[in-house]
Design a protein around this ligand. Structure first.
Ligand code: 2BA
Length: 108
């Protein structure tokens, strides 16, 4: 058993949620905020048998798109900006996926 933690852009979360449930995954959705851009994203907790993790990866990569996002000096407290620079582009996503081994899972 694995626990997949996946961080997805809010704009992709409807498509990701419906694909996961359509493929019979049990999913918990959390409303989260990225520490760098300080804007909302969606974090999924997905408990899945080892042999179904590849399907989760496939769904996430299919429905999570890369986006370019303009960061201004007001975002992230101006981290990483050179003097005189007022904005720059960062590439966000598709999804960021962590896979953790689970010792046990019980429902009562
Ligand atoms: P944010 O922290 O808001 O980061 C948004 C995007 O800003 C990142 O896209 C990356 O392109 C850039 N970025 C983040 N931290 C940076 C830094 N210290 N210096 C320069 N650029 C930076 P993604 O890498 O696709 O990440 C999208 C979201 O996924 C992140 O939103 C965060 O919520 C989460 N995330 C990504 N990697 C993570 C990690 N190792 N641990 C926990 N959360 C992570």
């Amino acid at each position: 058993m694995k626990l997949v933690i996946a961080i997805v852009n809010n704009d992709d979360s409807m498509a990701v949620s419906s694909a996961l449930t359509r493929h019979n995954f049990f999913v918990t959705k959390l409303s989260t905020t990225g520490g760098f851009l300080m804007i909302g994203n969606t974090t999924y907790l997905i408990g899945a048998p080892d042999d179904r993790v590849e399907k989760v990866r496939e769904i996430l990569s299919k429905y999570s798109k890369q986006r370019s996002h303009t960061v201004t000096t007001r975002d992230s407290f101006g981290y990483g900006f050179r003097e005189g620079e007022v904005e720059k582009e960062v590439t966000v996503g598709g999804a960021t996926m962590f896979v953790l081994s689970v010792d046990s899972m019980e429902k009562f």
